[in-house]
Design a binder for this molecule. Structure first.
Ligand SMILES: [Zn+2]
Length: 411
């Protein structure tokens, strides 16, 4: 396990923080550095077809074991870290045989990672916990996934007797700024199913995500100097406020929903008297519910326009991503074999759904079924981010078993 710990710490020290709004792809040079490092390690361990594309995507192949004729599977993780918390100069801190007490950060007095607020940490007394020094995030999202895939690849290549199908490895860039699938050529990946290793804790198999649209409400008023505005001005700022006020709050809002409930979430307002743009997230596990949500927005817009002659309110929606479950239905083995592999690794599987999207939802929508698997991530995007070596090791064992499960399949 120390090899896994060493790799994780080595990867986490590379600054791969994604940069929101950057023109370049990937958005930061560190992602290319880590990609180069991973490509070199893959070559050294004997992986084939190792390549880092011009956009920084790393591909590699572990060939099928002798005599196995099974569909190719892919394992995917992202090398970038979230811009929400600094990823500059990450110093991983290893807490061996965690004693179950509060974890303090000498570099940041007052910062505390407490098992009393973190039941998953409370259960891991005696395990090896890894945190940052508190001045940065840790980057377990998703370097835990990267380290788990690299270690599983090493174990498979070292032990040719372990049955496995052809496995494609893919490390992506800029997932955290919504561009993780932009430059992944699925033809080149050439897999029947894929798994992202980018999940929390242990044993979870994310098999459903929200379906998501983005609505932009354009409120146009009539501007004129306020000194002579009587009877002439139509103030788009007031109209936008009214529009937002008429959105449901006690139901269908992010603040009042959980589990399988969807919501309408206004999250950005910009503009002035002349024109205001309101951006609203539409979210539901049922894809057809998004059309109902858009209809609700158009109805509010229609009423306001009638009440305020001279105003114009347009509602435009565009698709963001679709529920992974819609596409996974076409390849039920994707989840079933992940459950079987998790059990064979001695971990209790839990099939879960994500109140959000994953790169897997985008891959699945493009025709590559792609559930998301646990790899020991906790408190992502935060200075309190942590991971657990034993959970990462369990994820490696799940991948080795997953290879064995798929090796027995036919197209
Ligand atoms: Zn992630």
């Amino acid at each position: 396990m120390s090899r896994l710990l060493d790799s994780f710490c080595r990867y986490s020290r590379v600054d791969t923080m994604a940069v929101e709004g950057a023109q370049a792809y990937p958005s930061s040079a560190g992602q290319l550095d880590l990609g180069r490092m991973l490509a070199e390690e893959l070559r050294q361990m004997g992986a084939l077809e190792v390549e880092q594309t011009g956009e920084g995507i790393v591909f590699a192949t572990i060939p099928a074991s002798a005599g196995v004729v099974a569909p190719t599977i892919a394992l995917i993780a992202h090398v970038d870290t979230s811009p929400e918390t600094s990823g500059h100069g990450v110093k991983p801190v290893v807490h061996s045989q965690y004693d179950g007490n509060d974890i303090l950060y000498p570099a940041v007095p007052g910062l505390v990672l407490s098992p009393s607020k973190d039941p998953e940490l409370a259960r891991l007394r005696g395990a090896t916990i890894i945190t940052s020094d508190g001045t940065t995030l840790l980057g377990a999202d998703d370097k835990a996934g990267v380290a788990v895939i690299m270690e599983a690849a090493r174990r498979l290549l070292e032990t040719p007797a372990l049955p496995r199908p052809r496995i494609r490895i893919c490390f992506t860039c800029d997932e955290e700024i919504g561009r993780g699938t932009d430059h992944v050529d699925l033809g080149k990946l050439g897999a029947k199913v894929a798994y992202t290793l980018d999940g929390g804790g242990t044993g979870e198999i994310d098999a459903a995500t929200f379906s998501a649209d983005l609505a932009t409400v354009l409120v146009r008023g009539v501007n004129i100097h306020p000194s002579i505005a009587k009877g002439r001005m139509v103030n788009a700022v007031r109209l936008a406020a009214l529009f937002i006020d008429r959105l449901p709050r006690q139901f269908l809002s992010a603040e009042t929903t959980e589990d399988d409930q969807g919501f309408l979430h206004p999250y950005r307002v910009e503009g002035g008297v002349e024109e205001v743009r309101v951006q609203i997230l539409l979210r539901d596990f049922r894809t057809d519910a998004l059309a109902e949500q858009a209809r609700m927005l158009r109805e509010i817009a229609g009423h306001l326009q009638l009440e305020f002659p001279g105003s114009r309110i347009e509602v435009n929606t565009r698709a963001q991503y679709r529920n992974m479950a819609d596409g996974l239905a076409a390849e039920p083995r994707a989840v079933a074999l992940a459950e079987a592999a998790t059990r064979r690794a001695g971990v209790a599987p839990r099939v879960t759904r994500v109140r959000g999207g994953t790169d897997g939802s985008r891959f699945t929508e493009k025709g590559l079924p792609c559930p998301n698997l646990s790899c020991g991530e906790h408190n992502p995007h935060s200075p309190l981010e942590w991971t657990c070596l034993e959970e990462m090791d369990a994820a490696c064992r799940v991948l080795v078993e997953l290879a064995a499960c798929w090796a027995a399949e036919r197209d």
